[in-house]
Design a protein around this ligand. Structure first.
Ligand SMILES: NC(=O)c1ccc[n+]([C@@H]2O[C@H](COP(=O)([O-])OP(=O)(O)OC[C@H]3O[C@@H](n4cnc5c(N)ncnc54)[C@H](OP(=O)(O)O)[C@@H]3O)[C@@H](O)[C@H]2O)c1
Length: 292
């Protein structure tokens, strides 16, 4: 397959490029070459590249920027995916679009997970934009895969594993406040890229949840990482609502990969197993990079 990956300089896009590139022809233009916000640029790219599949790893994800800049949010998270979906439909191409658990309100009693067909009810500007992006993809392209995931980390891009390591390695004395009342599954972007490859190889279609198994809170996650790497850092549990913007985040972010399990295409494993592998492979490098 000829696969066009957009957002390949980002955390997930980087791993998609690596994983999908092992079996398929991948084309990974940067934002300066294909800005998904521009309809003309997008349609020209499809015309000249003729991809079989487009994988959209583009997104505005910083919650504070999302709340502060609704214009950019709409352009990047909603109009961009719509441009890609409409172009995909026009050129008979499959679209893979990545969404997240923030489309749910997260008020289910713990530890009941969210299923693909549960009613969405986003709280934040980011969550609302992701829900709108899903609608834009579903309503404009007959051949789509929407993958909802959560708490991505990987070797590329900034993420919570890196922020915890920076806190530890730089010897910051102020304790890092981390919620102990919010729950989800930290998911390795490499694993999600493997899952996307599996969906493509098995001609998956529809809306899937794809997160690691199990769940933890950000506080438990930080403790786990520090213990695993034998590091010490001041961290303190707090409630989600005590954090700035915390009231706009779902408390229960646990997603069940029901559809992929039912179809026999699920490749996800427990969050501990993947995080252990990730830290074994990249722990030393991450510690070095986290230094002042
Ligand atoms: N991070 C998470 O925890 C998480 C969880 C669930 C779902 N997701 C979803 O997964 C997707 C990827 O997330 P991520 O964390 O990998 O994002 P990321 O690291 O922030 O990467 C975003 C990518 O989008 C590119 N980009 C931004 N604006 C663009 C534009 N107008 N046209 C073309 N490219 C543009 C960026 O390019 P530059 O580097 O040049 O700016 C970058 O390559 C997003 O849709 C996100 O909502 C993320």
């Amino acid at each position: 397959m000829k696969i066009l990956i957009l957002g390949a300089t980002g955390g997930l896009g980087h791993d998609c490029r690596k994983v999908l590139g092992q079996e398929h022809e991948v084309i990974c233009p940067g934002k300066e070459d294909v800005d998904i916000v521009s309809w003309d640029v997008v349609i020209d790219a499809f015309d000249s590249l003729s991809p079989d599949v487009v994988v959209n790893c583009v997104g505005l994800t910083d919650p504070e920027v999302c709340e502060a800049d609704p214009f950019a949010l709409r352009k990047i998270n909603v109009e961009g995916p719509r441009n890609l979906a409409q172009s995909s439909a026009r050129f008979g191409c499959k679209i893979v679009h990545v969404s997240c658990g923030h489309v749910f309100a997260g008020r289910k009693a713990m530890p009941q997970p969210y299923f693909e067909d549960d009613a969405p009810h986003p709280l934040s500007a980011y969550g609302k934009s992701k829900l709108e992006s899903e609608t834009a993809v579903r309503s404009n392209s007959p051949n789509y895969i929407i993958v909802r995931s959560h708490w991505l980390y990987g070797i590329h891009g900034y993420n919570f594993v890196k922020s915890i390591l920076q806190h530890a390695v730089r010897g910051v004395s102020t304790p890092m406040q981390l919620p102990d009342d919010q729950f989800g599954a930290p998911t390795w972007s490499h694993r999600l890229a493997l899952q996307i490859r599996e969906f493509l190889n098995r001609d998956g279609r529809g809306s899937y949840h794809s997160t690691a198994y199990g769940y933890c809170s950000p506080f438990e996650l930080a403790r786990y990482i520090l213990k695993k790497l034998n590091l010490k850092a001041p961290i303190e549990p707090c409630s989600l609502t005590a954090l700035s913007g915390g009231h706009l985040q779902p408390v229960n972010c646990i997603l069940e990969n029901r559809l992929s399990k039912k179809q026999g295409v699920n490749v996800m494993v427990s969050w501990e197993k993947d995080l252990d592998t990730f830290l074994e492979q990249f722990g030393d490098q991450l510690i070095q990079e986290a230094g002042p």
